[in-house]
Ligand binder design. Structure first.
Ligand code: D0W
Ligand code: ZN
Length: 635
């Protein structure tokens, strides 16, 4: 320390003042406090502009948002610059060191060239707009937006060709239009991140987990959980073959990607009616009951708020109810994809959701409210700590709550199911429903950022974007493209988080740790019985434990935060496997050896020969062959 000061003093005569500052931790604290006050203000302005755009997509609002994001970036740059004047790495106060390490870590705001930063922001909002305003015309008179129409079509239709038209149509109007933009985005984002000291954007994203073995840990976890997925996949494939005809399925074992009840085949709950293990049991899909009781969007949020309150956690403030957008407006374009918003002024917290009256959306409501609960709990932390212990924690809060909410016992308590039966068959039905939500998602949650990391690192160049995507989809998810894909297509960007540049591995992490938290909170509430029956409703012991962790925000390394709730300091799959144990056994019995699929995608010619795209390609080939042989005979 002393040596450094002397050295600096010798090199630059004007730095004696700087040397005084560098050792002064009191001054550093003052600096951080001042920065925090300004950060609240600049962030508030940006979030407000982003909210306005997201709830009313216009050119003007888009420009205003880009302008505010540039202001925020400028502010972050200035703060990082001034913070670097401190020798903060040598501070004795651990917390102050941590705060400074955050202040200098500013992501893409580090872009040195303002024009390029503006271009980067502009591209991002262009991609968002394309995604959020896309409509598929299935006929001249039938043009459908993603929310709610295409989403509903995937949930309800069992018409192979109609699903296929919607699947292909959505990819034509979304991803396909963004491939050039995305390539430019990747280059600009990497350039900015390099200036912030990271190898590429993927490395920067992974740094949030502060775990040197992060990627290996993910591989291990995925391998541990894979047998559950493989069994769910095999059972689902068998049922879908019966429904659609085995001739529609590739011989390589994958399931055509448009048949799983969801635009991206990411969760399969909407197939429950096809897959229900024991048919003559009471329904555990509460959508019809919600409709019968005239549920509204607001009512769904009240149900969730009441659960948090029952745990002794923080209720939604008035501003939440006054300013949130809880239903789809019909007078303007909005970003319908659900989201939760912290305005950084310690007062304003909102959800934006085009809520439909379904059980699926009731779960999403809890998910979003989990984010708000986290915001509320850590609102008095400095801005740099207003985030999850790691991003996966933020995603897990609402999902932990909905693990309790979805138990038949709880649904009965809140009047959405009448008389619950409690026997092995009912258990298997219930666990099947949960597996379609939780197990089906695992490979999808895992692969999205495998793709993105490889794009950011340059391993996958533009002319391999789509090929790489399908390599991962076929290998990990065991789903295959239902029509030929080429590099004209850009299927990853047909998923919200690619054009919106939202990291995705957080969801995989969340789907694992939420079961660890669920188990820990169930233990805290002293409930015996199997994990999948546990409901922490009204249990203040569980509520306090959870609140205490949420209050920390990101002020401590995540293993310490996890330790406070669960006594564990690592991600592990044991709670998830314990939860699904009865179903795992049942599935193994059903499937026998008829499980698995090849890593590689089916070759286009091993696919269904009646597929229309095949004809487009094979017809000219066929004619050329005929012509050729005719010519040959003549000569
Ligand atoms: C935010 N992000 C939106 C929305 C939509 C959650 C999502 C994934 C998944 C099944 C201002 C802002 C952030 C929050 C923050 C995003 C949803 C449905 C649920 C994965 C799938 C499931 C749970 C998750 C998907 C979210 N705020 N989910 O952007 O503070 O960072 O609101 O995209 O049960 O693919 O659907 O995470 O809430
Ligand atoms: Zn979320």
């Amino acid at each position: 320390m002393e040596m450094k000061c002397v050295l600096v003093f010798l090199l630059l005569t004007t730095t004696s003042v700087l040397c005084d500052l560098i050792t002064d931790e009191e001054a550093a604290k003052q600096f951080a406090d001042d920065v925090n006050i300004k950060a609240e203000e600049v962030n508030f302005r940006y979030v407000s502009a982003a909210w306005t755009y997201n709830t009313n997509i216009t050119q003007e609002n888009q420009e205003a948002m880009v302008a505010e994001s540039l202001r925020l970036a400028e502010f972050d740059q200035e703060v990082a610059h001034n913070a670097s004047a401190f020798f903060w790495t040598n501070f004795t106060d651990t917390n102050l060191r941590r705060i400074f390490s955050r202040l200098v870590d500013i992501g893409t705001a580090a872009m040195p060239d303002t024009e390029k930063l503006e271009r980067l922001n502009h591209i991002q909002s262009e991609m968002r707009t394309i995604y959020s305003t896309g409509e598929v015309c299935l006929s001249e008179s039938e043009c459908l937006p993603l929310d709610p129409d295409l989403t509903r079509l995937f949930a309800e239709s069992r018409d192979y060709d109609r699903l296929l038209a919607a699947w292909q149509g959505w990819r034509d109007v979304s991803g396909k239009k963004m491939k050039d933009l995305y390539e430019e985005f990747v280059a600009l984002s990497n350039e900015a991140i390099l200036a912030n000291g990271y190898e590429d954007t993927g490395a920067y994203w992974r740094s949030w987990y502060d775990t040197p073995t992060f990627e290996e840990d993910l591989v291990d976890l995925f391998e541990t959980l894979k047998p559950l997925y493989v069994n769910l996949h095999a059972y689902t494939r068998k049922k879908l073959r019966e429904l659609y005809g085995a001739d529609k399925f590739p011989s390589t074992g994958q399931i055509p990607a448009h048949l799983l009840g969801n635009m991206w085949a990411q969760t399969w709950n909407n197939l429950y009616d096809v897959l229900e293990p024991y048919q003559n049991k009471d329904s555990i899909d509460v959508t019809p009951e919600m409709i019968r009781q005239n549920f509204t969007a607001i009512k769904m949020f009240e149900v969730s708020d009441e659960f948090f309150e029952s745990l002794g956690m923080i209720k939604m403030p008035d501003s939440f109810w006054n300013y949130s957008m809880l239903s789809k407006p019909d007078d303007r374009d909005v970003v319908c994809h659900a989201s939760a918003w912290d305005f950084y002024n310690r007062q304003d917290f909102r959800v934006k959701q085009c809520t439909e009256i379904t059980m699926e959306d009731l779960i999403t409501v809890h998910h979003e409210m989990g984010h708000i609960e986290y915001f509320l709990q850590y609102k008095d932390q400095p801005v740099v700590y207003r985030g999850g212990a790691n991003p996966g924690f933020h995603e897990a809060v609402g999902d932990v709550i909905s693990l309790s909410v979805q138990t038949p016992e709880h649904l009965e308590k809140i009047g959405l199911i009448q008389n619950v039966t409690n026997d092995n068959e009912a258990d298997i039905n219930f666990l099947m429903r949960m597996a379609l939500q939780k197990i089906a998602f695992l490979p999808f949650g895992y692969l999205i950022d495998q793709w993105r990391w490889s794009v950011f690192s340059g391993e996958t160049p533009k002319d391999k974007y789509n090929e790489k995507w399908w390599d991962l989809r076929c290998k990990y998810q065991g789903v295959s493209p239902p029509v030929t894909r080429t590099e004209e297509d850009f299927d990853p960007a047909a998923k919200f988080h690619i054009p919106n540049n939202t990291p995705y591995i957080r969801y995989f992490v969340s789907f694992v740790i939420q079961f660890q938290f669920h188990r820990a909170l169930c233990n805290a509430s002293e409930q015996s019985g199997p994990l999948h029956h546990c409901d922490i409703y009204r249990n203040q012991l569980a509520g306090t434990k959870l609140s205490d962790m949420l209050k920390l925000g990101s002020s401590l390394p995540w293993p310490e935060a996890m330790m406070m709730v669960s006594g564990e300091d690592k991600m592990n799959g044991t709670a998830l496997m314990e939860y699904f144990q009865p179903l795992t056994e049942w599935l193994q019995e059903q499937n026998g050896n008829d499980i698995g699929w090849e890593d590689a995608c089916p070759k286009p010619d091993t696919k269904d020969p009646s597929s229309s795209n095949m004809n487009v390609i094979s017809l000219p080939l066929f004619m050329a062959a005929v012509l050729y042989s005719l010519l040959k005979i003549r000569n």
